[in-house]
Design a binder for this molecule. Structure first.
Ligand code: AMP
Ligand code: GLY
Length: 424
């Protein structure tokens, strides 16, 4: 098979690493990819939002399957274009991807179908949003409606702070993504990310992971795209997974089909395990980053038949992949200044050495300089992933590898997996 993979982050490096292991693959093309993927496939320098050019590339390379990593490509209608061209695509249509790309759509959808989630309101005008704060109780959850790379959410302890956030969002801090704000009821509990692959009619659960969204140790600092992850995550008890599948995952896939937007691809349910059971924090229309990295390392067997079955709209014959009982952990190395203003261009040494059989280093935002050295080219730059019998062993191996990387321009959290470690 010829496969085109779209995206350039650590998630896509992990997907490329897994896809490239499949005996079914004859040629893997990655657009645009990053230097870490050079040995896994041919890289083509196209923007992930250039749906026209990517569709032409898919046709020219006779792609049997296109796997879409990032949500921005889905929002740009890549899956729609490929489907129109008759090319199987793993990733939902722009309409179905609104589960992620519009929080207002996603909240209204959940309300229509009685999917458990936080109460909410959507506001376009400052005075209405301010007024609404009198109805909600602190802490206040304020979200930009559209895509903001995981950064468009603020949890405000008091009204003054909440008002300032609303003013910033409606004032254009996130561009058009903040033209509307969503205010939500605060949900208390532990969070987890649950993943399912869907063929438009039905879903198969892949399992769960936990990520760490705050920038600094102790879950402090600003929200980010994710500073680390691990899987399996103890928060996902069998009861929680069963309830989430019955009350959330299967009803969502059925309702999307009933609404004329069948959902194909990964459904990522960001869940809060509350005293009343699982409730949805958010949906994403793609694999999580950095959750994908740990799932790919735990997944046994070939991923390609599963992706193809979803893309072709028929999971009935697909075999559910099994996952190793090992724990895998991922530590994100980010450029200093992330998430607000990451420093570009600092040189990284030691990231490409052999770290042994238990460790994989995925590239997220790197570039190769003309002199061959690796340099930072983004906020999240490297993902150091390690497996172990349990969280403690996996964590020791990951941080041992982190210490071997010489990158003064970067920083990382030193407490990834702390919840699981404390439970042990
Ligand atoms: P989101 O981008 O919607 O996933 O929100 C980012 C983070 O904000 C989540 O991972 C949660 O930690 C937190 N959050 C969002 N919505 C809520 C809510 N309704 N209650 C409590 N925490 C929330
Ligand atoms: N790690 C969170 C996300 O991918 O949205």
């Amino acid at each position: 098979m010829n496969i085109l993979l779209v995206g350039s982050g650590g998630r896509e490096h992990a997907l490329a690493w897994k896809i490239a292991q499949s005996p079914l693959v004859r040629r893997l093309v990655i657009a645009p990819g990053n230097p870490g993927m050079d040995a896994l496939g041919d890289r083509v320098d196209l923007k992930v939002t250039d749906a026209d050019a990517l569709t032409v590339l898919a046709r020219e390379m006779r792609a049997d399957l296109v796997v879409v990593g990032p949500e921005t490509a889905l929002e740009a209608g890549l899956a729609d274009r490929l489907t129109a061209a008759g090319i199987p695509c793993f990733g939902p249509s722009a309409k179905a991807a609104r589960l992620e790309t519009s929080k207002a759509f996603s909240k209204a959808f959940m309300e229509r179908h009685e999917i458990p989630t936080a109460g909410y309101g959507v506001y376009e005008r400052l005075h209405e949003a301010r007024q609404a704060l009198t109805v909600f109780k602190p802490p206040y959850v304020i979200k930009a409606d559209g895509l903001a790379a995981g950064k468009g959410v603020a949890i405000s302890p008091d009204k003054r702070d909440a008002e300032a956030e609303i003013e910033r969002m409606l004032g254009g801090r996130f561009g058009t993504a903040g033209a509307r704000v969503v205010i939500e009821e605060f949900m208390d509990g532990e969070e987890g990310s649950l993943f399912a692959v869907c063929d438009g009619q039905s879903a198969l659960l892949l399992g769960g992971a936990q990520d760490h969204k705050r920038a600094f140790d102790g879950d402090l600092g600003p929200n980010t795209g994710g500073m680390g992850s691990y899987s399996p995550a103890p928060v996902f008890t069998p009861e929680l997974v069963e309830a989430a599948e019955r009350l959330i995952v299967q009803p969502v896939v059925a309702a999307m089909a009933a609404e004329g937007a069948p959902y194909r691809g990964v459904l990522y349910a960001g869940l809060m395990a509350t005293a009343e059971g699982p409730r949805v924090v958010e949906f994403n229309a793609r694999f999580g980053d950095p959750e994908c990295q740990v799932l790919m390392m735990r997944m046994d067997g070939d991923i390609v038949p599963l992706l193809l079955a979803c893309a072709k709209g028929d999971l009935t014959q697909a075999r559910l992949p099994t996952f190793s009982t090992d724990t895998v952990i991922c530590v994100v190395l980010a450029a200093k200044g992330y998430p607000d203003s990451p420093l570009e261009g600092s040189i990284i040494r030691g990231a490409e050495q052999d770290f042994g059989p238990h460790v994989q280093v995925f590239h997220a935002g790197t570039k190769r300089r003309p002199d061959g050295q690796l340099a930072a080219a983004g906020g999240r730059v490297l993902n150091v992933c390690a497996r172990g019998r349990d969280i403690v062993e996996a964590r020791e191996r990951a941080y041992a590898a982190v210490r071997k990387i010489d990158w003064p321009g970067g920083f990382h959290r030193t407490d990834i997996g702390w919840r699981a470690v404390e439970r042990d």
